[in-house]
Write a protein that binds this ligand. Structure first.
Ligand code: IPE
Ligand code: IPE
Ligand code: MG
Length: 221
């Protein structure tokens, strides 16, 4: 399952709060999502937390998102470990402040033995950048046998299955540069619910809707 966690800003605005309050509520909701997956035997959860384009936001907002990220990595670590959640990051965090990169490194290291759920956080992630860096790496390593499988291997998601279901909250119906290659046959679920309000019932509804879909992969049934 993959989630485009959108609508934090609007959630805060509706309540007359600054956007930062929405980002905090959104970050806290990731805990719920993780628990839902662990409880329901979902083995891979990928969440879109910060896109390459999100650097265009005002520096104060970017700063808040960075600090929340570090807080998440530090605060959630014991519970993630307890629940058997392995952290993974997809994207390019080289432009992130050093203290954030350090927190990420520690988080990845602390959970590397966990096996129940892989929580991949898309940070500094852009699908086009991901595809471009894949081709650059293939070129450097002298790869000549370029197949769909080879390309997959050079993406940030080389260890992950393609998402079966991609959820986007907040009423927007677009990918915003998320998993373009991997989403070739994903099912999409769009909802007006804002990310901080997306609770267990909302998850159940999304999963029930997914269960009704007939996946044909271009064939006939
Ligand atoms: C999603 O919420 C979180 C990030 C993109 C970091 P937004 O901040 O995009 O919230 P809206 O879309 O402005 O409501
Ligand atoms: C997509 O949300 C990125 C994340 C959820 C991290 P945005 O709010 O950045 O997307 P746009 O700008 O509405 O397409
Ligand atoms: Mg948004």
């Amino acid at each position: 399952m993959a989630i485009i966690m959108d609508g934090n800003g609007r959630w805060a605005r509706k309540r007359g709060f600054p956007r930062s309050v929405g980002h905090r509520a959104g970050t806290e909701n990731v805990r719920k999502a993780v628990k839902y997956c662990v409880r329901n035997g979902i083995r891979f959860l990928t969440v879109y937390a910060f896109s390459t384009e999100n650097f265009r936001r005002p520096p104060e907002e970017v700063g808040i998102l960075m600090r929340l990220l570090v807080e998440y990595f530090e605060k959630e670590m014991p519970e993630l470990k307890e629940n058997g959640v392995r952290l993974n990051v997809i994207g390019d965090v080289s432009a992130f402040p050093a203290y954030v990169q350090e927190a990420i490194r520690k988080g990845l290291d602390a959970t590397k033995e966990c096996e129940k759920l892989v929580l991949s956080i898309a940070l500094g992630y852009g699908a086009r950048a991901e595809i471009v860096q894949a081709f650059q790496k293939m070129l450097v390593s002298g790869e000549t046998d370029i197949t769909e499988e080879t390309v997959s291997r050079y993406l940030y998601t080389s260890d992950l299955p393609d998402p079966d279901l991609i959820i986007r909250t907040s009423g927007e119906e677009r990918l915003s540069n998320f998993l373009l290659y991997q989403a070739a046959y994903s099912e999409f679920y769009f909802t007006d619910t804002l990310w901080p309000d997306f609770d267990d019932d909302a998850f159940d509804k999304a999963v029930a809707e997914y269960a009704k879909r007939e996946r044909r992969y271009g064939g006939v049934v």
